[in-house]
Design a protein around this ligand. Structure first.
Ligand code: GLV
Length: 327
């Protein structure tokens, strides 16, 4: 089914300019049929005859897909790649790429936006005002939590976690971080943060912000044991991946007032949101938009397209997450 012998690339979902033109210069681009389910069988069928798949985080790219004959590269338009079985890709000599770096500041901005909005009850206050309930200033109306001078616990001191710390410095926050991998002293000093174990971070922080990838080790890292350690006034922020937090345990902990609130951009079973969270005014719910700015999403699209174009032309894409496949 290829046209003029050009290599074919399966585009799972539309991407932003200049991504499409970068891809089209390198390959014949085939769009994933919108009426086909986003399951492994559907993707495998659509990927037959393709050398590449440009995927997004909701696409399950596992053994069934990765064993497609002739497949060379899966380019994920995201920094996270937990939707891809990288070990299976490596076993089948399929390169996997992601889009690191270009979304760090945008995502850190958004984590801080959630933190501030949850602390100062912005969403609640907006609905209150909009619905005509504001009938005059009151000393005890919409009391929130101070940000300036508070303690921020950052779980995961990668580029995004460090970006959140950078913002927190401007708010004179005391910054703690937990990461199994200690940062070099210079990076730690630059971050203005002290490395502690997770228990101490949870016990001392007024805000806990999560910035780890989803792996076997981080699945349900924040569960009921963690909530039992948190301050009843603390606020949890999650812009990483939903399954890092045990969502049912979060609902139970919020109901039992073991923490004061949450700002969430990601969910355990996206796009589903635990029904227990929906009526909670102390929780801000965003639809996985931490990297969603015009500039960043365009840069992610371009980077993913360049990764794929390089692979199609026989090169080594710059953002290869399994470098052992292409020496
Ligand atoms: C978004 O969640 C990403 O991983 O880029």
């Amino acid at each position: 089914m290829s046209t003029g012998g050009r290599p074919r690339v399966l585009l799972m979902h539309p991407i932003l300019d200049p991504g499409p033109s970068i891809l089209a210069e390198a390959a014949e681009v085939v769009a994933y049929p919108p009426d086909r389910p986003l399951d492994e069988a559907g993707i495998r069928q659509a990927a037959e005859g393709c050398v590449g798949i440009v995927s997004q985080l909701m696409d399950p790219i596992r053994e069934t897909v990765l064993s497609t004959p002739g497949l060379k590269c899966v380019s994920n338009v995201a920094v996270g790649f937990d939707n891809i079985d990288v070990a299976a890709a490596t076993a089948h000599k399929v390169m996997v790429t992601n889009t690191p770096g270009v979304l760090d500041d945008t995502t850190a901005d958004f984590a801080f936006t959630l933190l501030m909005s949850a602390a100062r009850r912005i969403v609640e206050a907006d609905s209150f005002t909009r619905s005509g309930q504001f009938r005059g200033w009151a000393i005890d109306m919409m009391l929130g939590h101070d940000i300036f001078g508070a303690t921020l616990g950052i779980v995961g001191a990668g580029r995004i976690g460090r970006g959140v710390a950078h913002r927190a410095k401007g708010f004179n926050m005391r910054i703690l971080y937990y990461d199994p991998q200690p940062l070099p002293r210079e990076a730690e000093e630059q971050m203005g943060a002290t490395r502690v174990d997770l228990g101490r971070l949870l016990a001392e922080s007024d805000f806990v912000s999560i910035h780890v990838p989803l792996t076997k080790e981080t699945y349900h890292l924040i569960s009921s044991a963690a909530f039992n350690m948190m301050k009843p006034t603390a606020i949890l922020i999650n812009t990483s991946r939903g399954p890092v937090v045990d969502e049912a345990a979060l609902v139970a902990a919020l109901t039992a007032k073991k923490l004061a609130g949450a700002g969430l951009d990601v969910y355990e079973r996206e796009p589903a949101v635990h029904p227990g969270l929906l009526p909670m005014p102390s929780v801000i719910l965003a639809p996985h938009i931490a990297s969603a700015t015009v500039r960043t999403r365009s840069e992610m699209s371009a980077m993913a397209a360049r990764n794929m174009a390089t692979a199609v032309r026989g090169g080594r894409p710059p953002n290869l997450v399994n470098p052992e496949v292409k020496k």
